[in-house]
Design a protein around this ligand. Structure first.
Ligand SMILES: Nc1nc2c(ncn2[C@@H]2O[C@H](COP(=O)(O)OP(=O)(O)OP(=O)(O)O)[C@@H](O)[C@H]2O)c(=O)[nH]1
Ligand SMILES: [Mg+2]
Length: 284
């Protein structure tokens, strides 16, 4: 794969990174989100670095898309860095836990206010992470309404936005920020599989082939069930593609199988968590 192919750094991201860095000193607590499906690949080391001295909660988002037993070792690993929370926007107890962790992180601010005899001010919380990890969704879950615009498309939020509808917290939504380029094509591949970068910036066939190679040793049964495949569909990659084309009626006019459509459908359904609930990264 050509290194040029794994470069996706839209113009707004450089500006967004500078704006984020400039705003940091006003912030009491940072929520750094990574996607539970790729807890390592979906972290931006440049962000982690500038957040080193901030009070921080690491959130592993979209936990409903991952088997919880697979996530535990990653939670333990991140605990060495500070507060960690596996989180799902559909789990009300996670929203409560997050509010407690934010308060816990801002204890020094609260003590300072008390010493000075000041009324408690809203805790200023900045939500950061790479694109599409669920920053705007987490803010909406915290405030209980659709205040921040969200979409299942990386790079949706383009500018910082304060959401000030809670008494206890002011929440700053920020645009997703990636490192300027990826040295490691495996990281970019994992991000494309989960939809954190657009899959079009990589050759689709290569993305499909690598995803199948990753999934087959552990999840052949799940793939067979999802696409109603018999054992012989797993005899080769071509047989597998043709099996999926047959089961989904993906045919071209001349009666040939539409293998491009097969790749797209498979990648889409994986991204939507319809095939398996797995983690694509490996803990060293
Ligand atoms: N299943 C599931 N989907 C989620 C969860 N949180 C967010 N999503 C989905 O993830 C997609 C992206 O969510 P956003 O909140 O727009 O992500 P973002 O990080 O703000 O993205 P950018 O603004 O592009 O950086 C949306 O389709 C959300 O519905 C979750 O806990 N579980
Ligand atoms: Mg957003």
């Amino acid at each position: 794969m050509n290194q040029k192919n794994i470069h996706w750094y839209p113009g707004h991201m450089k500006k967004a990174f500078q704006e984020l860095e400039g705003r940091l000193k006003l912030i009491d607590v940072v929520i750094e989100i990574c996607d539970a499906r790729a807890p390592i690949s979906s972290r931006n080391p440049f962000l982690s670095q500038i957040l080193q001295n901030k009070k921080k909660v690491i959130v592993l988002s979209k936990k409903d898309m991952v088997e919880s037993s697979l996530l535990s070792p990653f939670i333990d690993a991140y605990k060495k860095e500070g507060l960690v929370l596996p989180f799902g926007i559909y789990t009300p107890s996670d929203i409560k836990k997050l509010k407690i962790l934010i308060e816990e992180s801002a204890i020094e601010k609260r003590e300072k206010e008390k010493r000075k005899g000041l009324k408690p001010q809203p805790i200023k919380v900045m939500v950061v992470g790479i694109p599409n990890v669920g920053k705007s969704s987490l803010i909406n879950a915290l405030v209980g309404k659709e205040s921040a615009s969200k979409a299942n498309k990386p790079g949706h939020t383009r500018a910082q936005q304060w959401i000030r509808s809670l008494k206890e917290f002011d929440l700053l939504d920020t645009p997703g920020i990636l490192p300027p380029h990826y040295e490691d094509k495996l990281i970019a591949t994992h991000l494309a599989w989960i939809g954190a970068i657009p899959e079009e910036i990589l050759p689709i066939e290569e993305l499909f082939d690598s995803l199948i190679a990753f999934l087959l040793p552990k999840y052949q049964k799940e793939i067979a069930t999802r696409f109603h495949l018999e054992e012989d569909s797993f005899s080769s990659l071509t047989a597998l593609k043709e099996g999926i084309a047959k089961s989904r009626g993906l045919l071209l006019k001349e009666g040939k199988y539409d293998l491009d459509a097969v790749e797209k459908v498979f990648l889409k359904e994986f991204k939507e968590g319809k095939i398996v609930h797995t983690i694509v990264d490996t803990l060293c």
